[in-house]
Design a protein around this ligand. Sequence first.
Ligand code: 0WE
Length: 258
Amino acid sequence: MLDLTGKNALVTGIANNRSIAWGIAQQLHKAGANLGITYLSDEKGKMEKKVAELVEPLNPTLFLPCNVQNDEEIKTAFETIQDKWGSLDILIHCLAFAKKDDLSGDFSQTSREGFRTALEVSTYSLVQLAGAAKPLMTAGGSIVTLTYLGSIRAIPNYNVMGVAKAGLEASVRYLASELGSANIRVNAISAGPIRTLASSAVGGILDMIHHVEEVAPLRRTVTQTEVGNAAAFLCSDLASGITGQVLYVDAGYEIMGM
Ligand code: 0WE
């Protein structure tokens, strides 16, 4: 049975009840994990309040601000984990951002600044958080990140995010290679398109979802819960032999030729 009791799990990337990270947090909780939740801090504390209310039923024992563009905040977050938990078993990375202008139009017109931002927030953040988690994963661990098919295919408008996800998947392999000797596994889930806050801000996402509903072997899109179940599996001892992989949770869409 899938059992995560006694495991300390840090979940990043919950923005609202449609976040894939929210689906993952719920399934980790159901499997018995002890949760720590991070949120993107803003000046007014609006996000903090919204996310705090949402996650309350999961009884998180840590609730921390973690903006990956702020080194101080990351340092403080992991010091708090060390103080309050002593060790970490699971890290869930569900963070991505590109400027809106860089998610449409000509990829060749991506600015240096836009390219840097996308790769800093969406790619480097995994390396950074894995590096911070490593000394806390004293009994081994599991790191799971989210990626998308746009890393290996040219998906219209995904543009610089595709490059960021390609870098993310390569980072998964290099991290898995390094951290394997500490029994820390690192994997990615490549989720099919889902209506979330991030994807809803993208023009044409509904057309993409309808296309998946016609073409994917299962003739539907996937849910946050299905991604959450795959994440719970990858974090569990049932996946003890799996590291460095990209697991497609996409209703089979990736295998299709059109
Ligand atoms: O990785 C993603 C979303 C990433 C994302 C979305 C936004 C929208 C709002 C990153 N940064 C931003 N910045 C914003 O200002 N997905 C896999 C969902 C997604 O995004 C797309 C997609 C799909 C699918 C963008 C273009 C085409 C398809």
